[in-house]
Design a protein around this ligand. Structure first.
Ligand SMILES: C[S@@+](CC[C@H](N)C(=O)[O-])C[C@H]1O[C@@H](n2cnc3c(N)ncnc32)[C@H](O)[C@@H]1O
Length: 300
């Protein structure tokens, strides 16, 4: 078994179905004339790069908790020719020098120490479900967004994201992946190596990824209104993932740690990668539909 599985978000971020979903989401955003964009939980910058291509006058600040994703974002933005600045904290982030600048911060999406009204667009793609304190997040976003500014998010985890057949695939996937780990463990023992042990309660991600209650579209509307946002668009997009797409997202540590909490992350990632096809076959389908919620709102 190879030990060098890519558990970062980079592999799934490059997936065609995922890219198309992100492209379509960004096409919804009225950001063409924006000049100061903040991208929360920016990851490798996959969505940020699409936003920058659309907002041709903008500078961009991306924040992510994970320094590895920020390193990848730096490489990706620099590869596209942007001047990239690594910034220590939000307090020293602004103003960026004039021009098409990219600032990247290792930090929390809910700890936004920027001056009030610093941005004319704030986005959080594929990550709002990871934030436990949604009211705190919206209050922080409202503070750093100028009046009339655009707040947007997309997420594949909300009440309504999985049609019943998709739930069946994910259930089969867990069974197949757990069986894969058991086989791998038995082989190790046969070679005289220690077995793979599951250590409950050790995951960092599972409490946030799956422990948060998923809001339905009506609840999102109500929460946004409560925090001073006027919803311009709220849509649900069906995204179809085949075996390859599932394998890519399965190898991402965030999903692997959530789905198979307690197993060593690399083992969990390999198991999900290896068993995506089996899960589809067991459920009798070639692909799954996973719905994304897309929201565009304006700060009053
Ligand atoms: C699924 S990835 C999405 C990345 C990117 N927005 C995209 O759409 O490609 C989720 C990202 O959220 C980051 N993250 C999770 N909780 C966070 C928090 N509280 N503050 C900042 N980043 C966070 C993770 O490190 C990870 O890079």
């Amino acid at each position: 078994m190879s030990a060098d599985v890519d558990t970062t978000y980079a592999r799934f971020a490059a997936d065609q179905a995922y890219r198309e979903a992100n492209d379509a989401f960004v096409r919804r955003l009225p950001i063409e004339s924006c000049v100061r964009i903040l991208d929360l939980c920016c990851g490798t910058g996959a969505v940020g790069q699409i936003m920058m291509a659309r907002a041709t006058q903008a500078s961009y600040v991306g924040i992510d908790l994970d320094p590895i994703q920020i390193d990848l974002a730096e490489r990706n933005f620099a590869g596209l020719g942007y001047a990239v600045h690594r910034i220590a904290t939000p307090e020293v982030a602004l103003p960026l020098p004039p021009g098409r600048r990219v600032g990247l911060i290792v930090g929390s999406a809910t700890d936004l120490g920027f001056p009030p009204a610093s941005f004319d667009a704030v986005n959080i793609s594929n990550a709002i479900h990871l934030i436990a304190d949604k009211a705190g997040l919206l209050a922080a976003v409202a503070r750093v967004l100028q009046p009339g500014g655009i707040y947007s998010f997309s997420s594949g985890f909300y009440a309504g994201c999985w049609p019943p057949v998709t739930q069946r695939v994910y259930y089969e996937w867990l069974k197949e992946a757990t069986a894969w780990i058991a086989r791998e463990s038995a082989e190790r023992v046969a070679r005289g190596e220690p077995p793979i042990r599951r250590q409950r309660g050790r995951s960092q991600m599972s409490p946030v990824a799956y422990g948060n209650r998923w809001l339905d579209p009506g609840e999102w509307r109500a929460l946004l209104a409560e925090h001073g946002f006027e919803v311009r668009e709220l849509a649900e997009r069906p995204v179809v993932f085949d075996r390859d797409s599932l394998a890519k997202v399965g190898s991402y540590s965030g999903l692997a740690e959530a789905q198979l909490a307690g197993y060593p992350t690399e083992i969990a990632a390999q198991a999900l990668d290896a068993t995506a096809g089996l899960a589809l076959r067991s459920a009798g389908v070639d692909a799954v539909q996973h719905n994304w919620i897309e929201v565009v709102a304006a700060r009053r």
